[in-house]
Design a protein around this ligand. Structure first.
Ligand code: HEC
Length: 118
């Protein structure tokens, strides 16, 4: 590969990368739409606080960007869980934004190790 060609492909790769990042960040979540989409999640996560049992994580009051990262990781297979991998597989960027906005907007019992509530 000539140097000029290599430089061109690098430039294209960088352009592709920077073009995809703002597109993801520009998706705004809508909590009302998220509430509707969260009905399917309720089977295990309950209302976000009262989950099916203690093995299902509480989602209410969690930071939306944390929930978003978790869902993206399940979807990409970076965080492996048979159940959540299946749940996240078909979520769109808009679904993830809406769902995480909704769960993040709820008051929750999530606290840090000092007992400080978010
Ligand atoms: C069939 C049961 C089930 C359903 C339905 C389900 N989940 Fe989960 N979810 C789980 C389990 C089990 C875990 C813990 C997996 C692990 O250990 O990584 C989990 C973990 C998560 C986490 C990571 C929480 C954390 O604290 O790291 C998020 C976020 C999440 N689920 C969101 C959702 C959303 C949004 C939906 C609906 C679209 C949904 N889940 C539907 C069972 C379910």
């Amino acid at each position: 590969m000539s140097l000029r060609l290599a430089t061109l492909s690098l430039a294209l790769a960088v352009a592709g990368l920077s073009a995809s990042t703002p597109a993801m960040a520009s998706v705004h979540g809508n909590a009302a739409a998220g509430k509707d989409k969260a009905k399917v999640c309720a089977a295990c996560h309950g209302d976000g606080n009262k989950t099916l049992d203690g093995t299902y994580p509480k989602l209410a009051g969690q930071y939306p960007d944390y929930l978003s990262k978790a869902l993206h990781d399940y979807k990409a297979g970076k965080r492996k869980n048979v159940i959540m991998g299946g749940q996240a597989a078909n979520l769109s960027e808009q679904d993830i934004a809406d769902l995480t906005e909704y769960f993040g907007s709820l008051s929750g019992g999530i606290h840090d190790l000092t007992g400080h509530n978010r």
